[in-house]
Design a protein around this ligand. Structure first.
Ligand code: SAM
Ligand code: SF4
Length: 362
């Protein structure tokens, strides 16, 4: 197998540039090192790659209006560093890379990141979770670069509620982003919604109606203890069961056969007999850790084997100190080897991880 080293993307185009010269990035087929199997037999194929911890919104279940202390710029991975680690992940059997954050669209060279990921041989599927603000401008370029799927988070269809929930007046931008993604050919478009009691819970059926009308796939996510403010309150959480009950006031929901779920976090239901579906991600009340195939890489180069992990494996420092691909792959494997069987939210003594969702990558 032949590999060559090329330089991808100069640092000045990155929002979080360290100012250092970019390291070389290998091209050519990746050697097979995988798979990433943990002690419980779970094979990891899905990498959530956080490209920034910054965000254009301030969703109350995620971070306070004033924001959070952002990661220092010199700790953030440059694009070549990110692509090198992604390539190693692919060599370990990762076949889907989901870009997330923070808000991934805030990374100015996001199109270069996507193009770099698409150039990995074999190319992983490249998807993105976004709040949609700014997506209208770049959806076409992202698709051209290799993005294949998108999840847009939208919690309300009402301008005032959007402002109350996200502290920003950007509903129009999110809606324009969803529309542009569809026009750019991304399908199916998935929508993510977190319901908050007394704020947008009354909109559950309207949001599903909106999704059905446009042929988008809506998924409701239970609020998790991952907010920077540490104010999550189980008694206030809208559970999966309550979400279902609200939807069933208008729609008939039929569970899809269990064997179609695989490692997907969402339990899917046919709406009014199908073919349209709605998903419920009940991470707290009905954990799906037993089939988890996800691993996360933060924007500052730390591997997290679970959203709720309290420990991380630092890949950035060894990478900057000259570690080989094999050495970095071994660190990736060690992280997965230490993965716990479940997130433990429902166990006594559960501790919320120090990093908020926005700095982990949802
Ligand atoms: N900024 C992008 C967005 O909002 O889509 C990507 C990052 S965001 C952290 C990814 C997903 O996590 C979003 O769908 C968001 O609604 C969800 N999320 C954030 N905080 C959450 C929490 N405490 N509980 C449940 N979901 C949460
Ligand atoms: Fe930003 Fe996404 Fe967190 Fe909302 S959920 S504040 S859009 S990172």
């Amino acid at each position: 197998m032949t590999t060559q080293r090329v330089t991808i993307g100069p640092p000045p185009t990155t929002q979080h540039s360290t100012g250092a010269s970019p390291p070389d990035v290998e091209t050519g087929p990746v050697p097979a090192r995988g798979p990433l199997v943990d002690k419980y037999g779970r094979v990891h194929r899905d990498l959530r790659l956080s490209v920034t911890d910054r965000c254009s919104l301030r969703c109350t279940y995620c971070m306070p209006e004033a924001g959070v202390p952002w990661l220092a710029r010199d700790t953030m991975m440059t694009t070549p560093e990110m692509l090198r680690l992604a390539r190693i992940a692919v060599s370990l059997g990762i076949d889907e890379i989901r870009l997330t954050g923070g808000e991934p669209l805030l990374r100015r060279d996001l199109v270069d990141v996507v193009a770099g990921l698409a150039a990995i041989d074999p190319a992983p599927e490249i998807s993105m979770t976004t709040n949609g603000v700014g997506l209208a401008k770049v959806a076409g370029a992202l698709v051209e670069a290799g993005l294949t799927r998108v999840n847009v988070s939208i919690d309300t269809l009402k301008r005032e509620t959007f402002i109350e929930l996200s502290k920003r007046d950007r509903l129009k931008d999110t809606l324009a982003g969803i529309e542009a993604a569809a026009e750019a050919g991304l399908a199916p478009i998935k929508l993510n919604t977190v319901l908050m009691r007394g704020i947008n819970d009354v909109e559950a059926t309207d949001l599903l109606g909106f999704a059905l009308e446009h042929d988008y796939q809506l998924r409701f996510i239970e609020q998790m203890p991952l907010d920077a403010q540490h104010q999550w309150d189980r008694s206030q959480m809208i559970t999966g069961a309550e979400i279902m009950a609200r939807l069933q006031t208008v729609y008939e929901l039929t569970p899809m056969p269990d064997d179609t779920r695989g490692s997907a976090p969402a339990e899917l239901f046919l709406v009014d007999g199908g073919p349209a579906t709605v998903g419920v991600i009940a991470s707290v009340t009905m954990p799906f850790c037993g089939t988890c195939d996800r691993v996360r890489l933060t924007a500052d180069g730390q591997v997290r084997n679970c959203l709720f992990a309290t420990g991380e494996t630092n890949l950035r420092d060894p990478l900057r100190a000259g570690a080989s691909d094999d050495e970095l792959a071994a660190l990736f494997c060690a992280s997965i080897g230490a993965k716990l069987p479940g997130h433990g939210i429902n166990e006594p003594g559960f501790l919320q991880p120090p990093r908020p969702m926005s700095a982990i990558g949802g």
